[in-house]
Design a protein around this ligand. Sequence first.
Ligand code: FES
Length: 170
Amino acid sequence: MKTQSEEQATLSRGDFMRSLGMSSAALMAFYCMGTMTSCKSSDPVVTPTVPTPNPGTGVTGTTTGAALDFTLDLTNSDLSTLKTEGNSKTIGDVFVVRVKGGSYVALQKLCTHAQLEGLSYRLANDDIKCSNHGSEFKTDGSVNKGPATIALKKYTTVLSTDGNKLQVKA
Ligand code: FES
């Protein structure tokens, strides 16, 4: 099955113009106007495509920056591990965890000590540890143990009533 972008890439110029509601006569006039070079309706048309963030991975929306706001489809095979307590995944700028008790926590993925990736959730301790220099954080992002001194930014999470969609927003 073709993706939407593949279909757009194979759309002929004629198909594209017809999709705009132009008649055949108008199409021919349009083709030949000015250049008088090519009147073949099979010429490919390059149409700009609107990128879908991480197509096929169950992630939609903006996953980085100040306007971060995205939704995870937890039924997608790339994300379904997040249905299990203790599992985590990094999506864009965010470290997403299903913590002990079943709620979801979303924190900045970079440790505040040296702005490095390396966070992991420890189910037994219900906390987050950075593998780089050993800083530990509570699941609300606050520092439990240094060398980090600044809390991790925490994002808002909203789980759908059926438990299949998780929204994360700044
Ligand atoms: S970067 Fe995390 S403890 Fe240093």
